[in-house]
Structures are given as structure tokens and as C-alpha cells.
Design a protein around this ligand. Structure first.
Ligand code: HEC
Ligand code: HEC
Length: 279
């Protein structure tokens, strides 16, 4: 009798625990992989607000899109093209780990959260207060690496340049950030984007060194300022960089020559001394 009961209860319990685990997993997955571009009920970021996405489009379509956004857009699907246009041409990246089961669970999550008065995913807390010149100055210090990031990430300038940088500009591995304000869609969108960057290089650099809100806010102030006041850093910066490098090389060679000007005589003097037994 009791064995019979157990044989009913145990699978039920296991089933329940599994569904809780899956829901938990989906929550975490969404938080880590989707919230840098989407809110549910908090307005558009880089991507559209996902609230009521299942009312706008069939679930099967959404599941397919989440697994392979670019393929759906490339197929010429009119709804996808319209979404892309509304997102200033940015294409949603294919997020690693989105299996068909995960895509289904994500659509379930979006549907369930859309039904709530306020979703947990209504948006990151980037302050609305106006940017001050002090914010811009702090942002430039962070960007130039003069102020270390609290979680120890690399300085932006090693890979990026921006119109507000004087002189040689910055690195060229990443895009020029002068017009990023417009490109990614302003304060809220870039704020969320930077909390958890998901593009390949940025993710690799900051996944384990998250930027903090106190760092993101001044950086946003810089992007806002740059978009309003400067032009993308031009090739002049590259010429400056080359000239400065060349001048630096000549200087360094000259300095070394001067510092070790006695290098031959010193060595010989010692050899001669030693050979005479003088210490
Ligand atoms: C780097 C930004 C970015 C990330 C990360 C991202 N998306 Fe998107 N998403 C977009 C953009 C932009 C669009 C609009 C279509 C386009 O331009 O590709 C979009 C569209 C969508 C749509 C269709 C929305 C609608 O109104 O029908 C869904 C659903 C969606 N994304 C879900 C997700 C899920 C789930 C994740 C996490 C696994 C995710 N996205 C991660 C940028 C992103
Ligand atoms: C190791 C090099 C590297 C460092 C350091 C780095 N970035 Fe990036 N960043 C990139 C690359 C490369 C891209 C292009 C997308 C990608 O591959 O991640 C990028 C993209 C971006 C974008 C999106 C630009 C666009 O137009 O889509 C922003 C915003 C950005 N980085 C901000 C920053 C900030 C702020 C810092 C400093 C806190 C920083 N990056 C540090 C390499 C870097």
C-alpha cells in the first residue's frame, strides 16, 4: 500500500522539483543573456520590449527567431525585417545555449512575465538624473584607465577611441565610440548593454569583471557629450600615433646610448683589473 503511494508521490515530487529547477534555470538564463537588450514591460533597449510578444506573433515563430535571429531576418520575413528596422538595423545575436527546449522555456517565461503587473525584468536601474561636467570628467578618467575599474576590467582606451580624446586617440580593436549614443539608442539601452555586454570581445573582457552602475553612469555621460560635441576620431589620430611612436623610439635609443655610454670601457676596466688580481 505504502509502496504504491510512494510510487505515485515520488514521480510527482520529482516532476515538481524538475519544473522548479527548469524555471529557475530559465530565469537565470534570461537574466544573463537577454536583459542587456530587452526588458519585459520596461520599454525598448537595444531590442524591443518583450512584453506581450506572444500576442504580437505566434509562439512557433518566436521560438524559431530566438534560436536563429539572423537566419529569420535573412529569409526576408517581413515581421523580422520590421523589428530590425525599428532597432536601427541591429541584428539580435544568436545566443549560445539556446536549444529548442530553452527557446520554448524562454517564450513561456516571456508570456508569464508579461501577464504580471510588474515583471522582475522591467529594466536595469540606470539613474535618470542629468549628466554634469563632473560626470563627464570622471567618465573620461575611467575611459582612459586613469581610474581603475572596481572589478578590475581592462581600460576602454586599450581598444576604443572616441572623439573627445585628445592627441593620439585610443585602440582600434573595438569600434570608435563617438556616435555610440545614437547607434545603441541612448542612456537606458547603453546602460543595460554595458551591465552585461554580450558581443564576443566585450563579453570575454568583462564577463568576470562586471562594470558597476557608478562606472557606467559617467561613461554614459561621456558618450552623450561625445555624440553632441565631437566628430568621430579621424585618421589624424593615427598619424599622431605613428609620429609619436617614431619620436619615442629615437628618444629611447638616444637615452639608452647615454645611460650606458661607458659600457665598453667599464667592462674592459674590470677585466683588466681582475687579470691583475686587483679587486
Ligand atoms: C545584443 C542585443 C540582444 C540580445 C542579447 C538579445 N536580443 Fe532579442 N532582439 C534584439 C533585437 C535588436 C531584436 C529586434 C530584431 C532584430 O533587429 O534582430 C530582438 C528581437 C527579439 C524578439 C522578437 C520581439 C518581438 O517583438 O517579436 C524576441 C522574442 C527576442 N528578441 C528574445 C530574446 C531572448 C529570449 C534573448 C536572450 C536569449 C535575446 N532576445 C537576446 C536584440 C537582442
Ligand atoms: C579588449 C578590447 C576591448 C576593451 C578593453 C573594451 N572594448 Fe568595447 N568593444 C570591443 C570590441 C572588439 C567591440 C565590438 C563588439 C565585440 O566584438 O565585442 C566593442 C564594442 C563596444 C561597444 C558597442 C559599440 C557599438 O557601436 O556597437 C561599446 C558601447 C563598448 N564596446 C564600450 C566599451 C567600454 C565602455 C569599455 C571600457 C569600460 C570597453 N568597451 C572596453 C573591444 C573592447
Amino acid at each position: 500500500m505504502s509502496r504504491l503511494r510512494l510510487s505515485i508521490i515520488l514521480p510527482l515530487l520529482l516532476g515538481f522539483l524538475c519544473s522548479v529547477a527548469v524555471a529557475q534555470q530559465t530565469d537565470t538564463f534570461f537574466q544573463q543573456n537577454c536583459t542587456s537588450c530587452h526588458t519585459i514591460g520596461g520599454g525598448r533597449l537595444t531590442g524591443p520590449d518583450l512584453k506581450d510578444a506572444t500576442k504580437r506573433k505566434e509562439r512557433a515563430w518566436l521560438e524559431k527567431f530566438i534560436q536563429a535571429p539572423k537566419a529569420v531576418i535573412d529569409s526576408g520575413d517581413p515581421y523580422a525585417l520590421q523589428l530590425q528596422q525599428e532597432s536601427r538595423g541591429i541584428v539580435m545575436p544568436a545566443v549560445p545555449g539556446v536549444t529548442p527546449q530553452m527557446a520554448k522555456a524562454l517564450v513561456d517565461l516571456i508570456e508569464a512575465e508579461s501577464a504580471l503587473p510588474k515583471s522582475r525584468f522591467a529594466g536595469a536601474a540606470i539613474s535618470d538624473r542629468p549628466f554634469t561636467p563632473a560626470n563627464v570628467a570622471l567618465g573620461m578618467e575611467i575611459l582612459r584607465g586613469e581610474r581603475k575599474l572596481s572589478q578590475g576590467g581592462a581600460a576602454c582606451i586599450s581598444c576604443h577611441t572616441i572623439g573627445t580624446l585628445r592627441g593620439m586617440g585610443g585602440g582600434r580593436l573595438g569600434p570608435d565610440l563617438t556616435l555610440v549614443w545614437e547607434r545603441l539608442g541612448g542612456r537606458k539601452a547603453i546602460g543595460a548593454w554595458l551591465t552585461n555586454p554580450l558581443t564576443p570581445t566585450m563579453q570575454a573582457v568583462y564577463r568576470n569583471h562586471r562594470l558597476q552602475n557608478e562606472e557606467i553612469f559617467p561613461l554614459l555621460a561621456v558618450f552623450d557629450e561625445a555624440a553632441r560635441t565631437s566628430l568621430p576620431a579621424d585618421s589624424g589620430a593615427q598619424v599622431n600615433f605613428f609620429l609619436a611612436g617614431f619620436a619615442g623610439l629615437c628618444g629611447a635609443l638616444g637615452l639608452m646610448g647615454w645611460i650606458w655610454r661607458g659600457r665598453f670601457t667599464n667592462v674592459r676596466r674590470n677585466l683588466v683589473r681582475k687579470s691583475r688580481g686587483v679587486e
